[in-house]
Ligand binder design. Structure first.
Ligand SMILES: [Zn+2]
Length: 107
C-alpha cells in the first residue's frame, strides 16, 4: 500500500483504544514495542514505531535521548503519550523506591 505521508501511514496502522492510546497494529517486537519498516536515505530500515511517531509529530531526538511512554503501553504511538528522556532519567524513574545503596550516610 502507498501512503501519501508518514502521518497517514501511522494513522492507518494504529487503533485508538479506550485510554486514547494509538495502539500500533503493525509488527510488534518481542518486548512489546511496535516496529515499522521505512526507507531512509534509499535504504530499508526497521525502526521503532513510537520513535518514528515522536520525531514526526514532536521533534527530533537529541543524542542520548530516548522516547518513554507516559501511558506505559509500549505499542502506543500517540505523540501526546510520548516524551523524550535522557537515559539517566529513564533509569532513575524505573528504579524502585528504597533501592539506594545502604551504608553511605551512616555518621
Ligand atoms: Zn498511550
Amino acid at each position: 500500500m502507498k501512503y501519501r505521508s508518514l502521518r497517514e501511514r501511522l494513522d492507518v496502522n494504529s487503533a485508538l483504544d479506550a485510554d486514547g492510546c494509538w495502539i500500533w497494529q503493525g509488527a510488534i517486537a518481542s518486548h512489546g514495542y511496535g516496529r515499522i519498516n521505512m526507507r531512509v536515505d534509499g535504504k530499508h530500515k526497521s525502526l521503532w514505531a513510537h520513535i518514528v511517531a515522536f520525531t514526526e509529530y514532536v521533534r527530533d531526538l537529541a543524542p542520548g535521548e530516548q522516547v518513554d511512554h507516559r501511558c506505559f503501553k509500549r505499542a502506543c504511538i500517540n505523540p501526546d503519550h510520548l516524551q523524550a528522556v535522557t537515559k539517566t532519567i529513564n533509569l532513575e524513574r524505573r528504579r524502585p523506591r528504597g533501592s539506594y545503596k545502604q551504608g553511605e550516610h551512616n555518621g
